[in-house]
Design a protein around this ligand. Sequence first.
Ligand SMILES: [Fe+2]
Ligand SMILES: [Fe+2]
Length: 474
Amino acid sequence: MDVDYDGLIPNNVGLNQDLAVKKALESWHPGYLDWWNDMGPEGFQDALVYLRTAVSVDPKGWAKFGYVKMPDYKWGVLLAPAVEGRTIPFGKHKGEPAWQEVPGEYRAMLRRLLVIQGDTEPASVEQQRHLGNTAPSQYDLRNLFQVNVEEGRHLWAMVYLLHKHFGRDGREEAEALLERRSGDADNPRILGAFNEETPDWLAFYMFTYFTDRDGKFQLNALAESGFDPLARTTKFMLTEEAHHMFVGESGVSRTIQRTCQVMKETGLEDPAELRKLGVIDLPTIQRYLNFHYSVTIDLFGADQSSNAAIFYSSGLKGRYEETKRGDDHLLKGDGYKILEVKDGMLVEKEVPMLNALNEVLRDDFIKDSAGGIGRWNKVIEKAGLAFRLTLPHKAFNRHIGTFAGVRVSPEGRVLSETEWQLNINHWLATEEDRAYVASLMGRVVETGKYANWIAPPAIGINKQPVDFEYIRFN
Ligand SMILES: [Fe+2]
Ligand SMILES: [Fe+2]
């Protein structure tokens, strides 16, 4: 399972013996580099960045750290080791040997799944491309770039599958992945949250906490796929995803820590007063949280979806931790409770589970998201402050599914349009909030220095000190 670093494209898939695919990827490569140079991190392409690069797929020690210029990063094709005798774990093909080739009848659906996943990867790089200019420290800058190069690698992961298994239309889709642009009016990225801006670092941390976590759940569902190359690819992608969510959770945590420190030192609680001291008040953090959380849970799709049922029954996309579940993995007679609005109230309604699999995955995501909120609240509690962050109700600020167009408060109360408009500024980050946060975004690039609005981390990357030289500017 060692990675071959000899050619242009590091890989553990025997690309040297697979000349047609090798040629196709090599001809896609220059377009990828053009995309990276145009749409990747702005202004830092010549800097030497202390990055980790995957050198094996062994769960222990798959990465090596060193200074790399981002355009020279070794983006490669890495699949988790094959599981001997693996069978399809769910759906109507359950128990059959996992597919090594695309079954003809599922070709279009599988291609669609790969394209949707693949599209999110470059999208987030595009959304984050200006952030380097306002980084709060070298440490954070390095983390941003680590996330960016790995999202680039995730694009490679999907493009490899498209080239290897989908022939000409796969190659066309791979080209189109380099052509769409986040937020573009004519040719946007496929999913809504990936066309939003990531204008400041608090937004970046919220994005990596919530939206990369959507990635975690989608990848986990695909890691169960009966199409074995997809399962193995996404399994390895998950090892990288963990760091992205760490960047988000620790970034928000350090922001809270710094605010609480100033609140304790000064005894001030009024956001306006705290803003004069250059920290982000906790209600603003809550409003950012509400926005990113609600936009992200929309990514799971409609609460009832016949497509989700087909993906599952066909063995293409499973549930989170499918193989750890004790049911029959067919789900034919099973039900699941979803919410609907009835007479101005949110009420539960039981529907066939197969149709509710988007909701099942969303609910798993929600449980997982709550963990970090608890840890953030510990930071506030430790400072002796009464404020607590909360996850808004899942019907709050939704644009997809049953709740699209329904106004629901963060506590889960159905509202009139008037009530919604009266309160929206308390619930979602306002122009003013964003302008204030933007005003804090200076550029701190001296080794070991941190912006005033965020606490330094407890420990550096790869056990380096927090004042390590993470970036060498050229
Ligand atoms: Fe990714
Ligand atoms: Fe990610």
